[in-house]
Design a protein around this ligand. Structure first.
Ligand SMILES: [Zn+2]
Ligand SMILES: [Zn+2]
Ligand SMILES: [Zn+2]
Length: 495
């Protein structure tokens, strides 16, 4: 039997609400009562295959990688193991990624499951075809139930730029699947292939988040095993705080009396014993707990990414124009990555964790903002430590022993590793090519574009100005050659 009724719920509006403002539509005090979709395992294993095509990736965090994610909530009445196999094609090339679900599986209860795969932007931005095979192994006649599954690219606006990279890579596994910000009200069989017979399962209460506006499951029959919201009164239950304990049912017309009787309902509201937080755990992790600068909005994160890439391009062009080649110039990025990965024994330099090549994060070693390009002196780091190091100088991040070790691996002298200043070679090239920099490089339409009231070229110019402060004044340098100030940036002269 197909769960037609699951398709009738109101979809949220297409425009996503920014996590920086509380959501207009939801206060955290609303809920939907839904039915899970159930499947009876006839044998000791079953594979569910999901397929999507034409997925456009969003470049996330400071590396600008895309990300595909799959996940949802599963209930089982017997022990089982779960594994995932992702296959996808980009530009005609095929890739595979295998992932086992590592956490313990709660029996006779709900479990959060899912995984993600980062995809380098080098392969393009569109995934032509992607499938996920979710294989469940257990005993025959295990009854499985599913709710809030989705499969697609991660496109959370605030994940663009470098600010959320650090919290994202910390304790990621604990926050699957809700940290992907996928949809939560799609039927389980939305992308499911084949003839899989699903039936109607238990009722599940989906509560709203007042930040992201999503409806996410709460574990109303066993609240202490939280799913996507933390409890309000964990020890001093019952929760007596009206804002946190009862949730207005938004789809009363779709709910049968029999279903309703299983819940404690007061005045059209589902009552929770412990009460729940207003924000989902993802919004709590990213927007409430993370120490962030509240002045920055999603638009600014995007600009930061753009500026970072502009500086990368600038440094590369300056070196290329002047025939300062490095060993890997004519090889592919993959060969380069592999070289660095091998050099570090396939381990994160900071925590020594072993990782496959495609999970390595290449770190510049010396910061890009100070005009150091990604070259053979790069460091192999895991996601967590790459986000942690960010644009810091090695001497601000590593211990004395680590610096010595890093010097041996990278070939950079200890003096260089301990130095904190702009790359003098590139700075000299920039000064030599200052007319080109203003009249050609910054003239590109992309950099002349005004974003958030500010010309992008001004931002690039300002971030260079900050790091070379006291050494060179580029605009003056330009004027000494041409007799005028550059027009591709806004010059404010203080008298
Ligand atoms: Zn949320
Ligand atoms: Zn409470
Ligand atoms: Zn690490």
């Amino acid at each position: 039997m197909k769960q037609k009724d699951l398709r009738t719920y109101k979809r949220r509006s297409v425009t996503r609400t920014s996590g920086f403002h509380t959501c207009d539509e939801t206060t955290g005090g609303e809920c939907l009562i839904k039915k899970a979709q159930a499947f009876n395992m006839h044998e000791d294993r079953v594979t569910f295959k999901f397929r999507r095509s034409g997925l456009v990736l969003t470049e996330l965090f400071d590396k600008g990688n895309g990300m595909l994610a799959f996940g949802g909530y599963i209930y089982t009445n017997k022990p089982l193991t779960i594994s995932f196999l992702l296959k996808y094609t980009m530009n005609g090339r095929s890739f595979e990624h295998q992932k086992d679900y590592m956490g313990p599986v709660n029996v006779n209860d709900w479990n959060n499951i899912g995984f993600h795969k980062e995809i380098s932007s080098d392969y393009g931005e569109t995934v032509e075809l992607a499938t996920v095979e979710m294989t469940i192994r257990g005993e025959a006649n295990t009854c499985l139930q599913f709710i809030s599954f989705d499969f697609g690219p991660v496109s959370k606006e605030e994940y663009i730029g470098d600010v959320f990279g650090k919290p994202f890579y910390q304790k990621t596994a604990m926050h699957i699947p809700y940290l992907y910000y996928l949809e939560t009200t799609k039927p389980f069989d939305t992308y499911l292939l084949g003839n899989i017979e699903l039936s109607s399962g238990n009722i599940v209460v989906l509560k709203s988040c007042n930040r992201c506006g999503r409806y996410l499951p709460i574990n109303i029959f066993n609240e202490v095993n939280t799913l996507s919201f933390s409890l309000h009164c964990k020890k001093r239950a019952p929760c007596v705080h009206s804002t946190f304990r009862a949730y207005n049912i938004q789809n009363m017309d779709d709910v049968s009396m029999t279903d309703l009787k299983q819940l404690q309902v007061e005045n059209g509201k589902v009552v929770s014993y412990h009460g729940h937080q207003l924000e989902c755990k993802a919004c709590k992790k990213f927007f409430v707990n993370a120490p962030l600068n509240p002045q920055r909005n999603p638009q600014q994160f995007k600009e930061d990414g753009l500026r970072r890439r502009a500086i990368e391009v600038l440094v590369n062009r300056l070196l290329d124009r002047n025939l300062v080649h490095f060993e890997f110039e004519h090889r592919t990025k993959k060969e380069f990555s592999e070289y660095i990965w091998k050099k570090f024994g396939g381990r994160c330099f900071k925590c020594n964790k072993k990782m496959p090549l495609d999970e390595m994060h290449l770190d510049h070693t010396m910061p890009l903002a100070y005009l150091y390009r990604l070259d053979e002196s790069a460091t192999c780091l895991c996601g967590t430590h790459n986000a942690q190091k960010s644009d810091r100088f090695p001497s601000d991040y590593y211990t004395e022993d680590e610096l010595e070790h890093l010097s041996k691996i990278t070939g950079l002298s200890l003096d260089v590793l301990k130095s904190k200043g702009v790359n003098q070679t590139v700075l000299k090239l920039l000064v030599d090519n200052v007319v080109w920099f203003y009249d050609e490089f910054l003239k590109e339409p992309e950099y002349q574009k005004i974003r958030g009231g500010i010309r992008t070229a001004d931002k690039i110019n300002d971030s260079l100005k900050r790091v070379i402060e006291g050494q060179v004044d580029l605009a003056e340098e330009y004027r000494s050659r041409t007799g005028k100030y550059p027009t591709t940036v806004t010059i404010v002269k203080t008298v």
